[in-house]
Write a protein that binds this ligand. Structure first.
Ligand code: MRU
Length: 348
């Protein structure tokens, strides 16, 4: 599945498979303005750290076309639109990474026509490289899984969350491509149900056996020996190896440690944030209460009762068996393995 993020260069329009409607409806959402892209990111038409980064890169190209309407002040207007884009969601570092790369490539270009060409080419490169990184992760990570393994995953770190193939699901696909028989347990991932809706959708489509479990079944499944390994994605990995990922991930990691089950994180170098020393400093997105108080259009909590809707949590690096990247599998101590393998080249 590699066509869920497309860019129509002629119409300068980003075309996204609307992930809010999956698995029941496959519908395209068209972004013609930066406001459309920000809306798509915030409402999770498109979601997942690498997919957010790729969409934002195309969003910069849309911002340029839009900024031209400001005439002589186009550069100021462009800067305003890029800042808006970069702030659409706070936790996934791939968003500021992608906008940062685009900014850097545009610093010395004065001619908007030339800038448009350079930015389109760079957005397409970010898009293509994401798929290549995921396939490399699939080869490194696939080797860690044994024939017959049942792998638990949380949220959706699959093709839909990236430009294609996936990070955590890329590792599973990598093992399957090696001829191994792998079954997956997809935690349903309240409240947006990325596991139940999206992970189950894409694995089922690929013919990879997948069973959906309620988030709170995790301990029982592990206790009964039904989980051999856990593989999850990441929204941000900081310098000491702490990992921000979908809310609930750290609980899965703590349970995996309790039951002696290996817990792996799969993420490309674009998800690393070496400027942040530890996980306590990662901004955690606090989303609308409506996602918790309602299922579809139906209210399930009493009127007037407050709810928590933190979208991410932080898994302590001490709980992580290995971090699978496109450059190889990082092992503890992460401060040195991250600095050595990711450190030097990671921008911005
Ligand atoms: O809120 P979401 O759906 O954007 O959160 C996504 C996740 O937490 C994923 O696990 C993470 O971005 C990795 S995607 C390859």
């Amino acid at each position: 599945m590699e066509d869920h993020i497309r860019f129509d260069a002629e119409a300068c329009t980003l075309l996204l498979l609307d992930q809010r409607k999956l698995p029941l409806i496959e519908e395209t959402f068209a972004c013609r303005t930066v406001e459309d892209v920000v809306f798509a990111l915030q409402t999770m038409v498109v979601r997942g750290a690498p997919a957010i980064g790729v969409s934002a890169a195309y969003g910069c190209r849309i911002a340029l076309r839009q900024a031209m309407a400001a005439g002589a002040y186009w550069r100021n207007e462009l800067e305003r639109l890029l800042s808006m884009l970069a702030q659409a969601r706070p936790t996934a570092v791939n968003l500021v990474w992608a906008v940062g790369l685009m900014r850097e490539a545009g610093y010395n270009i004065q001619d908007p026509r030339e800038l448009g060409e350079v930015w389109l080419a760079l957005a397409m490169k970010i898009h293509a490289e994401d798929i290549a990184m995921n396939k490399a992760m699939g080869r490194f990570g696939g080797a860690l899984l044994a024939d017959g393994d049942t792998v638990m995953t949380h949220c959706n770190a699959g093709a839909l969350a990236t430009a294609g193939y996936g990070t955590a699901l890329g590792v599973i696909r990598g093992a399957v491509d090696m001829g191994k028989k792998i079954s997956v347990i997809a935690n349903e991932t309240r409240p947006f149900l990325q596991g139940a809706r999206l992970t189950a959708y894409e694995l089922h489509k690929d013919g990879i056996p997948v069973t959906v479990a309620c988030d709170n079944a995790c301990s029982l499944l592990m206790q009964r020996g039904m989980v051999d390994k856990v593989v999850v994605g990441a929204d941000r990995i900081v310098a000491n190896g702490d990992v921000a990922n979908k809310i609930g991930t750290s609980g899965v990691a703590i349970l995996a440690r309790h039951y002696g089950i290996p817990f792996y994180v799969a993420a490309p170098s674009s998800t690393f944030d070496l400027a942040t020393p530890d996980g306590s400093l990662i901004p955690i997105e606090d989303r609308t209460p409506l996602e918790v108080t309602h299922v579809g259009d139906t209210r399930i909590t009493p009127e007037g009762v407050p709810v928590f809707n933190y979208a991410f949590d932080v898994t302590d690096h001490s709980l992580i068996t290995g971090i699978i990247t496109e450059r190889g599998v990082l092992s503890p101590p992460y401060t040195s393995s991250i600095a050595e393998i990711i450190g030097q080249e990671r921008r911005p």
